[in-house]
Design a protein around this ligand. Sequence first.
Ligand SMILES: *[C@@H]1O[C@H](CO)[C@@H](O)[C@H](O)[C@H]1NC(C)=O
Length: 461
Amino acid sequence: MVCASPLLLLLLLSGYHSLVARAGAGHGGQSYRVLSLNPKAVCFEPNAIPSSSRGTTVPLNHRHGPCSPVPSEKKPTDEELLRRDQLRADRIQRKFSKKATGADELQQSMVTVPTKLGSSLNTLEYVISVGIGSPAVTQTMTIDTGSDVSWVQCKPCPNPPCHAQTGSLFDPTASTTYSPFSCSAAACTQLKEQGNGCNSNAQCQYIVRYGDGSSTNGTYSSDILKLSSSDNVKSFQFGCSHAESGFDDQTDGLMGLGGGAQSLVSQTEATYGKSFSYCLPPTQGSSGFLTLGATSGGSSKFVTTRMLRSSQAPTFYGALLQDIAVGGKQLGLPSSVFSGGSVVDSGTIITRLSPTAYSALSSAFKDGMKQYPPAQPRSLLDTCFDFTGHDQVSIPTVALVFSGGAVIDLDANGIMFSNCLAFAATGNDGSTGIIGNVQQRSFEVLYDVGKSVLGFRSGAC
Ligand SMILES: *[C@@H]1O[C@H](CO)[C@@H](O)[C@H](O)[C@H]1NC(C)=O
């Protein structure tokens, strides 16, 4: 007891703090969470617990954090991250708002987005390590639910136009199972606008252009993908990239997890039932996981809501919000403010809400934060606080309420981006929102594409 006193004192102080806040804000019964600021830059043992014994699980890490297999010397500043995040969100929003759609219509078919959308690449933050080829070469790839075509840099890949990478460059000539697709192969013709014809050896050429102007091109190929010591994808289709533009990345490539035909999820449908989940770790100092073949059935602790899809834009996974709760109290927002649906995206950082929803959230949140002085807006974030002198702060709980009543009570690390509320206003009421990756932290987010179910399991990593 005595030896634990510094920690105990801290806990008591923070408890006292939130009691004061409760009385001061005049919101009897508001619920709070304690958020630690400045977490240590060390990697803790992974404590992730995937929900299902079925499927195949690989560890997942923040690419700039201490757990990253490819730690980079140059980390982008918060302001730079937010600027890129806006590019990605703009891209998603612009395409979605092209066709104004009512909630009823949305149920059948989500609004129009282009099939070859790749959003912005440079906001992508989470990586997995897999093996490609025979013998398998370890490749660290960023995951992206906003695009479908997977690719790795392949020898020869001069820098530039390729980017410097930390891991080994995949050499197709050194793999006995590597095979480029011919131009007439079904996998090649299926690329459509992501295809780029033939090279002089009649090999299929792919090209992906992302929303921030970056791009990759090369030879569309297949090889063995090694997910774990016992799980392989025999004929994994991916782009062997020989040229890129616009990357400032140290990773070896990208794993497309969208709903389109080329994504890993679609390719492994026969084995894993077009279903996957991931847990994005609450801080950069812990690990999460990616599971192919996860399910929400049986005794699993997922809360679920209907997944929205669009036949014109199969890449994206959407959901319909119904309300937001702050400090345990629902704001009672009208359904019209959410009628544009929300894209649930692994690659967008900040959650985007329609203006009415955002301003109601912001003012309720500020009401519960009166013990902290306001601070200047930062980029797209305008609900900011001065936390000078605090190691921990106590913040009102924030919960997202989805269609059907599924309530997702966000983790303390899923509410703030640095000293600001990690939500931003976008477009007009009824325009498309985005559920960003800050809010998804510590949940196992299940995309059961086959059953059109989206699930969330709290405290999963
Ligand atoms: C492939 O990308 C490189 C670098 O951006 C570019 O110079 C080249 O024109 C691209 N090739 C094709 C066929 O688009």
